[in-house]
Design a binder for this molecule. Structure first.
Ligand SMILES: C[S@@+](CC[C@H](N)C(=O)[O-])C[C@H]1O[C@@H](n2cnc3c(N)ncnc32)[C@H](O)[C@@H]1O
Length: 212
């Protein structure tokens, strides 16, 4: 069952879901990612984002985001967590390479195990600092970590958006009450083109491109 309110508002019992090295006791569990074209059972845990259900915003992004990409594309899930976005992208785009970038080591381990279990060998799970510095990105997909704070979020987005190729784009889902519209306005002030792809329930989906 999905969490319809989204889980950005919560922290894990012993700290934030974006801790690089969660200290909360592990309690592995499984969640179902059920989309019209994909059914995956994914391992998750305490100490990671959405440890009990696929986040509703994540599910909307996967339902309403853009179609498959060209062969050999470089796709990046910024803040991949246990991997629902990265694995769905890898499943839909078998000839693309999907980089699942995640700061939380427990989430990275889960994401890698989930990709192995699903036979998705086109997923590469990395800490942010291990991303190849000169690799241009075709598409970024992200349910970004709003809870890290505005300054850190702006720095995170500035870094990853600067890695997009000139034809690249980013697809973001953000809860309205967590500042989706002010984030869109800020992106525009930074020179990015922002198109509202959709709005459902408490969420907005944005397409962001380097050129207005
Ligand atoms: C809202 S969660 C989304 C997780 C997953 N994509 C999902 O949909 O369930 C955002 C994720 O970003 C991660 N994160 C926070 N700061 C980060 C950073 N600087 N670089 C990469 N990931 C980060 C968090 O640990 C968290 O897993």
């Amino acid at each position: 069952m999905t969490n319809e309110s989204g889980t950005q508002g919560s922290v894990t019992p012993a700290g934030h879901y974006f801790s690089p090295d969660p200290q909360v006791q592990s309690a592995p569990s499984q969640v179902e990612l059920a989309l019209p074209d994909i059914k995956l059972t994914l391992g998750t845990d305490r100490g990671v984002f959405a440890g009990q259900a696929v986040d509703y915003g994540t599910k909307l992004l996967l339902l309403d985001g853009p179609e498959a990409v060209e062969t050999d594309s470089v796709l990046v899930d910024v803040g991949a967590g246990y991997g629902p976005i990265a694995l769905a992208l890898a499943s839909r785009n078998r000839n693309a390479t999907v980089y699942a970038v995640e700061i939380n080591s427990r989430a990275r381990e889960l994401c890698a195990a989930n990709a192995r279990a699903a036979g998705l060998d086109n997923v590469k799970v990395l800490a942010p600092e291990d991303f190849p510095p000169n690799l241009k990105i075709d598409r970024i997909w992200s349910n970004p970590p709003i809870r890290i704070g505005k300054k850190a979020l702006h720095e995170l987005l500035t870094l990853w958006l600067s890695r997009l190729g000139s034809e690249g784009s980013a697809h973001l889902v953000v809860q309205k009450h967590l500042g989706s519209d002010s984030l869109a306005s800020w992106l525009e002030t930074q020179g990015y083109g922002v198109v509202r792809r959709g709005s459902r329930k408490a969420f907005r989906l944005f397409d962001v491109s380097p050129n207005k």
